[in-house]
Structure formats: structure tokens, C-alpha cells
Design a protein around this ligand. Structure first.
Ligand code: CUA
Length: 415
């Protein structure tokens, strides 16, 4: 028995080594969104099924091709041989070529079905619950155990199972963080679940995306996932739960930051004196592959050298269309739920569903003309004199660059 198994084992080992060698080319250094370096039990399970499928497919391919070549050579036409003898049916052969594929399919099906049941089972008690709501085209993340609502940036504690409850506010989307897990669809009127345990040994940032075509900006529906230590996660939740530091009452002596057209990183206009704990992943820790590289569309301009005033920005924001769509906890005027919750917007590293860096330049242009920045977006064009590509009209009224600079200062003050 062992004698017959040995060649198969050797073949298995050789193929596994070959796969490992080939996949070394898919390392996370070169391909940061690789699925071949799993960091959760979910991805490890999927990868093991992939390996098994690859082994059996390769084995079948090699055997069939070898048999084909041998038959072609062995029974080739030779000089002086007449018409070959016609054969009708061979029971032994037919049973064999029915049984062997059936056995191979069973060998593949057993671990696959087991993995489906395992990953579809209920998450362990005490798992972190995260509601994921897909919107055209951004991600809403709710942490019901902590009373937190945020957008496009997902925080996960290392070593704790996270149970995602997946919904859609409109069409079908699909949730995927290649290094961690997915894909799974987000469907309106139906709840899907997905759970995994991030087990990376250190803090890390990962790219996430939508993987089901969902309209004009499907390719622009991105997010970031951050794995942090459990202690940092707890501090992050405390911070997220607190109302915006730059609250309803304009802070006296709020410092301002200049808004320029240069690509300088965002300054910190207001540092919350009351909070010293962990607020989130910082830009300097961001791996290069998670830094947005989307160029600014042609034709968008913003007056250079303007200095925004956060207190003034808060007033302009609170009487503009912004409040109809966005919530800022701490600003009682801002209670909208159509767009992303902006309570701690200033501490986010990206904007527009992970499309641009959250710096002064990109935010100013985003407020001025979001519909040019991201095709199809619901966010209206707000800059005076801007052309709205969806309505096909040019705004005769709207926000001036100075007013936008003020709103930028206000939103960036919301650390
Ligand atoms: Cu959402 Cu594609």
C-alpha cells in the first residue's frame, strides 16, 4: 500500500514545491493585494482548496496529455498496414473513465463543501460585529457594540474574530479585502455574513474594494482596512464614539490652516487637547500600496494661498446643503444619513471612498466639484461657476473658493 502511495506523494510534494516556487513571484512585497499570503483562517482555508484543485487539475492534465501523446505515437499509421480494426465499446475502460473523475470530484468536493459550511457557520460568540452597508459608491461601517458609524476606513483588532453583516442600500455590491477575506455580496433585503480573524503579527493596512459591477463608479468604490492592536482598537472606539471635538460651539481661538493648490500633506488645524489616546492609523505608517494615486481630473482649479477658518467653515457648512446628507456628531445641525458620517473625518487618511488622499487640495476640489472627481457621485457640485457633468448646467450660485477653504478647515478640524 505504502509502495503504491509513494510515487503519488513524491509527485504531490514536487507539485507543491513547484506551486510554492511559482507563487513566490506573487509575494506581498511585489503584489500587496495577493491572496497567496493569507493572514486569516478564512483565506488559509480558501488557499488550501486552491492548492488541492491545482494539484488535481495538474495531475489530470499531465496524465491525459501523456496518454494522448503515447497513443498517437504507438498507434500511428505505418507503411503496409491496412484499415485499423474497428472497436465498439470497452466496458472496463468506460467504467474506469467514469469512476476516476467521479472519485477526483469527490476528493475536491469534500473539502470545498466543508469549507463552505465552516465559513457560513455562525461566528464565535464575542466576535466583533461590523455592519457593512454598500452604497453607490462608498462603504458605511457600523460597530453596533460600540455605537460607532464611520465610512471607507475599517479598523480591526488583531486576533479577534470579526463578524461582518453585509447589506446594501441600493444595488448589489461585493465586499473583498484580498489579504484578509471575501468576496461576499452585499444585497438589499438580504443579509449575508462573513467572518475571519486577522492574525497579522503587527499593525497593517490593506486595500479593500467592491467586486460586483454596481454602476459608473464601481471601480472607484474602495476602502482601507487597518489591523491594530486590541488596546489601540479600544482607544480608537472611545475616540470614534466621542462627538466631534470641533463641536457645535465654535472653539475660541481655533487655529487655521492654509489651503493651497500644492500637494502638501494635510496640516492639523486643531489638535484636540482633551484627547491624547489613539485616534487612528497615521499617514506616515501607511504602506505605499494604500496611498491613493488617482490623478486630479483635468480642468479643476482652486485659488492658491487661501487660508481657511474652521469656525467660519462650521457656520457655512451648517447652513449649506451639506447637512442634508452628512452627520457630524457634535454638530446638531448636521443629521443627514444619505452620505458618509463625517464626525471624525479629519482623522481619515482618504476621501471619496479611498480615491484621494484626505489633504486640503483634494478635499477643496472634492467639495467644489465632486462629480468631476468621481463620475456619477450623488454629492452635488457646490462650487460657484462650476459645470455639473450630471445636470449639464453651470452653477450661477454656490460656494466661493474662500468658503470652501473655510469648510475644509472645519472638516479637517474634526479629528
Ligand atoms: Cu459597489 Cu461595485
Amino acid at each position: 500500500m505504502t509502495a503504491t502511495l509513494r510515487p503519488r506523494r513524491r509527485l504531490h510534494a514536487a507539485l507543491t514545491a513547484a506551486i510554492a516556487l511559482a507563487l513566490a513571484g506573487c509575494s506581498a512585497d511585489k503584489y500587496p493585494n495577493t491572496i497567496f499570503e493569507p493572514t486569516t483562517e478564512f483565506n488559509r482555508e480558501v488557499l488550501s482548496i486552491f492548492h488541492s484543485l491545482f494539484f488535481w487539475s495538474a495531475l489530470v492534465f499531465v496524465l491525459v496529455e501523456a496518454a494522448l501523446i503515447w497513443v498517437m505515437w504507438r498507434y500511428r499509421r505505418r507503411e503496409g498496414t491496412g484499415e485499423p480494426r474497428h472497436v465498439h465499446g470497452n466496458t472496463t475502460l468506460e467504467i474506469a473513465w467514469t469512476l476516476i473523475p467521479a472519485i477526483i470530484l469527490i476528493v475536491i468536493a469534500v473539502p470545498t463543501v466543508r469549507a463552505i459550511f465552516r465559513t457560513q457557520a455562525k461566528a464565535v460568540p464575542g466576535a466583533l460585529q461590523v455592519q457593512v452597508i454598500g452604497h453607490q459608491w462608498w462603504w458605511e461601517f457600523k460597530y453596533p457594540q460600540y455605537g460607532i458609524t464611520t465610512a471607507n476606513e475599517l479598523y480591526l483588532p488583531i486576533g479577534r474574530t470579526v463578524n461582518f453583516e453585509l447589506h446594501s442600500a441600493d444595488v448589489i455590491h461585493s465586499f473583498w479585502i484580498p489579504r484578509l477575506g471575501g468576496k461576499r455580496d452585499l444585497i438589499a433585503n438580504h443579509t449575508n455574513y462573513l467572518w475571519f480573524t486577522p492574525d497579522s503579527v503587527s499593525e497593517n493596512a490593506f486595500n479593500g474594494s467592491c467586486n460586483e459591477y454596481c454602476g459608473a463608479s464601481h471601480a472607484n468604490m474602495r476602502f482601507r482596512a487597518f489591523t491594530v492592536t486590541p488596546a489601540e482598537f479600544e482607544q480608537w472606539t472611545v475616540h470614534q464614539k466621542s462627538p466631534a471635538v470641533f463641536g457645535a460651539a465654535p472653539a475660541a481661538g481655533a487655529t487655521t490652516a492654509p489651503v493651497t493648490a500644492a500637494t502638501t500633506p494635510a496640516g492639523a488645524p486643531v489638535t484636540p487637547a482633551s484627547y491624547t489616546g489613539y485616534t487612528g492609523f497615521t499617514a506616515d505608517k501607511l504602506p505605499a500600496y494604500t496611498v491613493p494615486t488617482m490623478p486630479i481630473p483635468d480642468g479643476l482649479k482652486f485659488t492658491a494661498g487661501l487660508t481657511g477658518d474652521a469656525a467660519r467653515g462650521q457656520q457655512i457648512y451648517s447652513r449649506s446643503a451639506c447637512i442634508g446628507c452628512h452627520t457630524i456628531s457634535g454638530n446638531p445641525m448636521s443629521q443627514g444619513v444619505i452620505g458618509p458620517n463625517l464626525t471624525h473625518f479629519g482623522s481619515r487618511l482618504t476621501l471619496a471612498s479611498g480615491l484621494y488622499a484626505n489633504d486640503e487640495q483634494h478635499l477643496a476640489l472634492w467639495i467644489k466639484n465632486a462629480r468631476v472627481m468621481k463620475p456619477g457621485v450623488l454629492m452635488p457640485t457646490l462650487g460657484k461657476g462650476e459645470h455639473d457633468p450630471i445636470l449639464g448646467t453651470t452653477l450661477t450660485s454656490g460656494l466661493s473658493d474662500q468658503e470652501i477653504a473655510d469648510i475644509v478647515a472645519y472638516l479637517h478640524a474634526l479629528k
